[in-house]
Design a binder for this molecule. Structure first.
Ligand code: ADP
Ligand code: MG
Length: 684
């Protein structure tokens, strides 16, 4: 029987209208969306421990034989406590349940069960408190799925629901990949993959399922983006003619870099292409400080020369005012009028701005979201620029674009992303890359060190602070996620080892404690601020503002430092357990220093990180180009990190959601998905 993926979830037995309302919160409305609701993690019940080796506080699986019928007692609080005596030959273990009177009849003495839960050890006494359990058989799956759930619809309930559909042997899912691709790429069938991702028989099976589902996602994603682009080809464009850009270049006051020239040429040809071409849809991607603004300015100049207006949308008022100042300085001598529009303006000035925009007196308007309100009417909008440092949704961009006819669009992105990846993820945009920094930028000197150098590093930080500078200390922060003993989907691969994974988690936890104590010990005489994931927004802001104003010497942060922070006086950054971070992430972090006139340093601490990790850190020492780093990262670790880090951006970008591709560790799959999509777009 073929499963109809479009069947309304309410028609699945056991859901009902209340259940459906809960499931809707998870985005589950049909059988298809239920089957594509993937586990976020797995309980690794294949990690079977013996009672003798069980450690206090760990979560693990045990295969135990019940040795006697359960006993029960009533606690003074009125709670019923059931105790099931059990053991495995290495020792005895008591299983405890509370208020679950059905336990009386659940276990049979002499039978074996697999238990999974948290260990409580007091000397020789070992206890498992309210574990999950199932009668033991050698067919038990090692991985038990844990789903994103919601109040009213637990992970267990979701699992039961999915099982009711996929556990039947006679069902199949309609295949959505061409047979040719499945063969060539050696992929699981859709049915096999969906079964394996929910109920994997082995680590190998999850890996194969991940591969197939990620491929499917990327292929359809790329295909969709290509098709959208084809649709856009039928839109009329704001027609612009070629013009001399010499006055603009003279007014700039500096010589653009080779990369800037190339990108400016691309924009110029896009804008002045003949009227049959679709309007420009281009992303300019370049590291912070690479000089993206001039490229947008060139576009604005060409538009103004052709009698068109340009709207530059930026995420914050501060940035808008900054850009406004820069644009005005450049464009006023060129005879172009620049206007500022932010919601914080006094009513009178705001009205004057609206007036200038609608009359056409304004050539270029710089603003925030205030630009997309109904009050803004353009005389002749020809170019929209979105400075995406904090990103805008597709809808917001579209609203602004709709204020003109056939308006062109430039999107600026400060995340270095490998070109091949950008082609897939932003398939409906052309991508220009500024992979070169303006001259005179001092690279952040980066050094990889281990524990032996710790005292020296502290001394160095202290000496920078004595000289008037400020410092960042960054630790990999996982304190938001409690250690629940679960293995996240993306961590699973055929060579996964529960033991190593456990070590990794413990190591990161230690780093968090270190961050907390640093301010009380080594640097107790300095002004140290502390940021962590559990702080409220306002609290976080206050600490960041204090650091910006120079009221703090050191900012210790367990989470990634907010991208918005800009402290030119900060000259040194210490990254603890640097091998826990992706290279691109390290590069982004490092970009927080070296923003002023001071020589700047980044110290990457890692202790016996292993060979691959060490090679990665060495790259950070020798390479300052974000694109080269990103390419290296992509080859070595696959696209997962990029996709996860850009999750929001991507989600806003395409109609499809990338749920599985973020768990991918194979970069070549990405290229191939893209190539196949290209092939299938051409064929129709
Ligand atoms: P971003 O890519 O982060 O938006 P900006 O466009 O703001 O970078 O440029 C950063 C700074 O570098 C600005 O002050 C700008 O004037 C300057 N700049 C840009 N290009 C050049 C260049 N080719 N030579 C010298 N300075 C430049
Ligand atoms: Mg910028």
């Amino acid at each position: 029987m073929t499963v109809d993926l479009d069947t309304d979830i309410r028609r699945v037995s056991g859901v009902g209208s209340v259940g459906a309302a809960h499931l809707q919160k998870l985005g589950i409305t049909t059988v298809g969306s239920l089957l594509y609701h993937f586990p976020r993690a797995y309980e690794f019940r294949g990690n079977v421990k013996t009672v003798a080796s069980a450690e206090d506080g760990e979560t693990a699986a045990f295969i135990l034989t019940v040795t006697a019928p359960p006993s029960f007692a009533k606690a003074r609080s009125g709670i019923m406590i059931f105790k099931v005596p059990a053991g495995d030959g290495t020792g005895a273990c008591t299983i405890t349940f509370f208020n679950q009177s059905y336990i009386k009849n659940t276990f049979t003495a002499g039978m074996s069960y697999r238990f999974y839960g948290k260990v409580i050890r007091r000397g020789k006494r070992v206890e498992l408190s309210s574990p999950v359990y199932e009668p033991y058989s050698d067919k038990l799956l090692p991985l038990y799925p844990v789903y994103p759930a919601t109040e009213g619809f637990s992970s267990v309930k979701i699992n039961r629901l999915i099982s009711s559909i996929i556990d039947r042997d006679d069902i199949t899912l309609p295949e959505d990949l061409p047979e040719e691709i499945i063969k060539a790429e050696d992929l699981m069938s859709r049915t096999e993959a969906i079964r394996a991702i929910h109920h994997p028989s082995s680590l190998e099976a999850v890996s194969r399922a991940k591969k197939r589902l990620a491929f499917e996602e990327l292929f359809l994603f790329a295909l969709n983006a290509r098709k959208n682009r084809k649709g856009a080809e039928h839109t009329d464009r704001a027609v612009m003619r070629g013009c001399s850009c010499d006055p603009f270049k003279k007014a700039l006051g500096f010589e653009p870099t080779g990369a800037q020239k190339r990108v400016m040429n691309e924009i110029y040809s896009d804008l002045t292409a003949d009227g049959t071409r679709p309007p420009m849809r281009r992303m300019v991607s370049g590291d912070v400080g690479s000089g993206k603004t001039v490229c947008a300015q060139l576009g604005a100049y060409v538009a103004a020369e052709n009698g068109y207006q340009t709207a530059v949308m930026v995420p914050t008022e501060i940035l808008a005012r900054q850009h406004y100042g820069d644009f005005k300085k450049l464009f006023s001598p060129l005879g172009k009028t620049v206007v500022l529009l932010v919601s914080e303006l006094p009513a009178k000035e705001k009205n004057a701005a609206y007036e200038a925009i609608s009359s056409g007196e304004c050539d270029i308007v710089i603003g925030t979201h205030a630009l997309i309100t109904d009050k803004v009417n353009f005389k002749n909008l020809g170019l929209v620029v979105c400075d995406e440092q904090h990103r805008f949704g597709v809808m917001q961009r579209q609203t602004l674009l709709n204020k003109g006819e056939g308006a062109h669009m430039l999107v600026m992105s400060a995340t270095p992303i490998p070109r091949t990846l950008a082609l897939v993820l932003f398939g409906d945009l052309d991508v220009s890359v500024i992979d070169e920094m303006p001259p005179g930028r001092r690279a952040v000197r980066t050094a990889y060190r281990d524990e032996e150098s710790r005292d020296k590093i502290y001394d160095f930080i202290r000496s920078e602070i004595k000289a008037g500078r400020q410092a960042y200390v960054v630790c990999p922060g996982i304190e938001e996620t409690e250690d629940d003993g679960l293995i996240p989907l993306e961590a699973l691969s055929p060579d996964f080892s529960a033991e190593n994974y456990g070590k990794e988690v413990n190591r990161r936890k230690a780093a968090v404690n270190y961050a907390e104590t640093l301010s009380e010990t080594v640097f107790s005489d300095l002004r140290v601020g502390y940021l962590h994931g559990k702080m409220k927004g306002a609290e976080k802001n206050a600490v960041m503002k204090a650091f910006e104003r120079g009221e703090l010497d050191i900012l210790v942060s367990t989470t990634v430092i907010e991208v918005g922070i800009n402290v030119p006086n900060a000259s040194v950054m210490l990254v603890e357990d640097a091998d826990c971070f992706g290279l691109s992430q390290l590069h982004q972090l490092r970009g927080r220093v070296g923003r002023g006139k001071y020589a700047s340093y980044c110290i990457l601490m890692a202790n016996s990180p292993g060979q691959t990790a060490e090679a990665r850190l060495k790259i950070m020492e020798s390479e300052n180009n974000g694109y080269k780093i990103a390419e290296f990262d992509l080859k070595q670790r696959g696209p997962g990190d990029f996709i996860r880090e850009n999750d929001e951006k991507i989600r806003q970008h395409g109609a499809l959601k990338l749920k599985m591709a973020g768990a991918l560790d194979d970069a070549s799959l990405l290229y191939r998905a893209f190539e196949w999509a290209e092939k299938y777009t051409k064929e129709g």
